[in-house]
Design a binder for this molecule. Structure first.
Ligand SMILES: [Zn+2]
Length: 462
């Protein structure tokens, strides 16, 4: 992206007031979004957007300056600005020898996005719209989107790190609203990943739109959810968003080092049911949260967070790791060059258990089966959560029966994790359209097998 002599000059400039680590992050991003809303197509593009940031660490403090101009003058100005945060004495620094880091994880894409012309992508959205409306006369609104992102990053630091990553994401979503006698039901589904157009080999966005329509129509037959404490079975795949929000964030190191997390200081202790093993893995091919290197140049890895109920590890970025004198786990991520990195999840999931999912349903005399979760709110540190169930069913005498609407799940993540008493053998990751919003947006995957929570508060409308 820029000559190494300039990178070295920027790093030296950044360190001139006695910083102990300097980092240069460069980024080039191209985004294409097509949005078909009620038959009206909108296109937005962001082409060839480049920028860079310079960060300097002074002990546990860090200063950051960024610029959208990658010329020598602008980069040296950013370096000077970051250096100006300290008035320490200048340390003499010998040469910074940049060594390219390699990572064996394969995130290459097979079919480039340009193989499908823009008009064909737009036509596909129209087919999604038509298929959803054609499914049933009760379909009132359809919103179909296509999103394609190419993001290249270059990371260098004064310890000699030189890492490059080339990230390619696509995503289709379908949001369908069905209506009958004034009752509206909305369902959103998506598919995507860090993958080329081969995403569509054997998986059609048109089917996705039909599935969303099908679920919305089923929900028109729903009755108001009963409120109270009941047994809750949460489906595999996207159901893992609950773990992500209500437990995963509390395992991110910034909440640990500042002591606010429910999991602070508990490594080695039993924090969950022995049936629970939870993992963050940034190396899974084609997954939305995968990276070769995080945004600090650390290779991503598979981190076992909880093993058979015992807390093993948190998710670390460089800044938090430096505070406690340890290594990063490759979880330092940033929304763009305009942001400093922070500890973030990648692909986070509860690992497979040994129960057959059918056996889990059969075990429930009376409860709720959660097939799709919508918007949720969770306190990231404590894990208190409220999630709305967009597609839910009663479980009666071991069978899934009537659809129920208006249900919300209310509880505390760490508490629920101790209480889960059945974990399925049907581990799945989500369809690939999850975006986490911890102050900065980040593409993530979530996942889990079918799980049973023996008792959980369900807010209902009945
Ligand atoms: Zn999140």
């Amino acid at each position: 992206m820029i000559p190494h002599e300039l990178v070295q000059k920027v790093l030296h400039t950044a360190l001139r007031n006695g910083g102990d680590l300097a980092e240069v992050y460069l980024e080039n991003q191209e985004i294409l979004t097509l949005n078909l809303d009620d038959g009206k197509l909108e296109k937005s593009t962001q082409g060839n957007d480049t920028g860079g940031g310079v960060r300097v660490f002074y002990g546990n403090m860090a200063a950051y300056a960024y610029t959208d101009d990658l010329g020598e003058t602008a980069l040296l100005e950013a370096a000077s600005a970051a250096a100006a945060a300290s008035h320490g004495a200048s340390k003499s620094r010998t040469t910074i020898d940049l060594t390219r880091r390699q990572h064996p994880v394969d995130l290459s894409i097979q079919k480039d996005y340009d193989l499908m012309p823009l008009a064909e992508k737009a036509a596909l959205l129209r087919q999604m719209d038509a298929a959803a409306r054609g499914y049933h006369s009760a379909i009132r609104q359809v919103r179909a989107t296509y999103n394609q992102v190419r993001r290249k990053v270059w990371i260098y630091n004064s310890d000699g790190v030189w890492a490059e990553d080339d990230r390619n994401f696509i995503e289709f979503t379908a949001e369908v609203v069905a209506e009958r006698d004034g009752l509206l039901q909305s369902i959103r589904k998506g598919m995507g990943g860090q993958i080329g157009l081969e995403l569509m080999d054997g998986r059609s966005p048109i089917d996705l739109a039909v599935q969303a329509a099908e679920s919305a129509v089923i929900m028109l037959e729903s009755r108001p959810a009963p409120a109270g404490e009941t047994t809750v079975v949460i489906t595999n795949g996207w159901g893992g968003v609950l773990f992500h929000e209500a437990c995963g964030h509390a395992l991110e190191a910034d909440f640990i080092t500042n002591g606010s997390s429910a999991y602070s200081g508990l490594v080695g202790q039993q924090v969950a049911s022995p049936l629970i093993t939870a993992i963050d893995d940034g190396t899974i091919p084609a997954r939305r949260g995968s990276l070769r290197f995080d945004d600090e140049g650390t290779p991503t890895q598979r981190t076992v967070l909880i093993e058979n109920g015992i807390l093993k590890e948190y998710m670390w970025d460089l800044a938090e790791a430096r505070k406690v004198g340890r290594q990063s786990t490759g979880n330092g991520r940033r929304q763009s060059y305009q942001f400093m990195p922070m500890p973030r999840m990648t692909n986070t999931f509860i690992d497979r258990g040994r129960h057959n999912p059918q056996e889990i349903i059969s075990s429930v005399k009376k409860g709720i089966f959660v097939k799709n979760l919508g918007g949720g709110q969770a306190d990231h540190a404590s894990g208190d959560f409220v999630f709305s169930v967009t597609e839910g069913y009663m479980i009666e005498d071991g069978h899934i029966t009537t659809p129920v609407r208006g249900a919300t799940l209310v509880g505390n993540g760490p508490k629920v994790l101790k209480e889960i008493d059945m974990v399925g053998d049907d581990l799945a990751l989500d369809g690939g359209y999850g975006t986490c919003g911890k102050l900065q947006s980040a593409k993530v995957s979530v996942g889990q097998p079918t799980v049973r929570i023996p008792k959980l508060t369900v807010g209902g409308t009945e």
